[in-house]
Design a protein around this ligand. Structure first.
Ligand SMILES: [Zn+2]
Length: 370
């Protein structure tokens, strides 16, 4: 009699455990504690774990990862974590390596190593992210983010095998969204006249757009726009020559950078300065990686689509103003725009071919690298 009672009890406990794992509700204190180095990574982990782990970003929302140094509180948060996801490829500079050295039982998954990274496009010395020679900003290619998402799902499955199916199916659903995003970006960028698909920013950060979408990403005009030393007359002459040679129409400012030098260069050459690019991080907890990409691509497309249409002596202005300006001459511009579309369509096949050739070169490099 007693035995049967025991069995019923055991069954009840099992049933309860099953219920908990089915609806995904796990008590907060029982959850795995995951740290991501930046808010973008935190969003990816959230999309895979969907509440089953607790995840925090080490670098706060809106903070510039280039200049981040962890404080004492961060260190205690990090060392009490069950696992860490980082960008890798030198992105976190020395601080993460030092932390891991002194806490050898902390596991770290550098996602950048799983995404077949490209080389830094500029090739200049002293770029802002370590010295790996590889470009850590792989989030500008959602298909590479999908690879990072796989790496996240695989690692979570390893340390929490009971939830493997849950992580893997969430990852699949999120990867489908990433592929949609990729297609949307392709469409938007292919609508930019081909001769305008040139981009220049404050630091090497948009190289992945070149390989994936055929937007040429030039090295920064001034090797470090935010440098303390300022813009020398030599720098300025170089910048002006570079802009003329490459037919650059717009300099894109990043939200974490000072616009002083870019504006000086723009004034000297009559090109436009566009603000609103946010290349590194999410500003607040409401932000998602997918929205971050849509916003950035919106800034790029709206500025490059009309680049070069204004007069040479336009006062530098921001992206959104351009639309207004064009609205004034609506009839004419609409016409131009159509022409460009048609032109583009005619050449599409050819263009795509060109872009593939560029790809091939990059891919070769990649293979050598890995
Ligand atoms: Zn950067």
């Amino acid at each position: 009699m007693f035995k049967r009672f025991q069995w019923i009890l055991i069954l009840q406990v099992l049933l309860l455990a099953l219920l908990v794992s089915c609806n995904g509700t796990i008590e907060e204190e029982e959850k795995l504690k995951v740290m991501a180095t930046t808010p973008l990574l935190q969003d990816w982990v959230n999309n895979v774990a969907k509440g089953r782990v607790s995840v925090e970003s080490i670098i706060p929302y809106g903070a510039d990862p280039h200049s981040y140094q962890p404080g004492a509180q961060d260190v205690s948060r990090i060392v009490s974590a069950d696992t860490i996801f980082s960008v890798g490829l030198g992105y976190e500079e020395q601080w993460l390596a030092k932390l891991l050295e002194s806490n050898s039982d902390l596991t770290n998954t550098p996602l950048g190593e799983s995404v077949s990274p490209i080389k830094m496009s500029g090739g200049h010395d002293g770029h802002d992210h370590g010295d790996s020679g590889l470009d850590p900003h792989f989030w500008f290619d959602p298909t590479r983010v999908a690879m990072a998402v796989d790496a996240i799902a695989n690692h979570l499955s390893e340390i929490d095998p009971v939830s493997q199916d849950y992580y893997q199916s969430n990852a699949s659903a999120y990867k489908a969204q990433l592929m949609d995003l990729n297609n949307q970006i392709k469409d938007e960028i292919s609508a930019i006249p081909k001769q305008n698909r040139v981009i220049i920013t404050g630091h090497d950060s948009l190289g992945y757009l070149e390989g994936q979408y055929g937007i040429e990403s030039l090295q920064p005009i001034v090797s470090s726009v935010s440098s303390e030393t300022g813009l020398s007359p030599d720098d300025l002459i170089k910048a002006v020559k570079f802009i003329e040679k490459h037919n650059v129409k717009v300099i894109f400012l990043e939200s974490t950078q000072s616009d002083k030098y870019a504006k000086t260069v723009a004034n000297e050459t009559g090109i436009n300065v566009a603000s609103g690019l946010n290349v590194e991080t999410l500003d607040d907890a409401n932000g998602t990686y997918i929205d971050f990409m849509k916003d950035n691509i919106g800034v790029i497309v709206s500025n490059l689509s009309y680049a070069g249409h204004g007069t040479e002596h336009d006062v530098p202005h921001e992206g959104h103003d351009e639309h207004e300006e064009h609205d004034e001459h609506e009839g004419h511009d609409e016409h131009d725009e159509h022409e460009e579309h048609d032109e583009h369509k005619e050449h599409d096949e050819h263009d795509e071919h060109d872009e593939h050739d560029e790809h091939d070169e990059h891919d070769e490099h990649d293979e050598q690298e890995s």
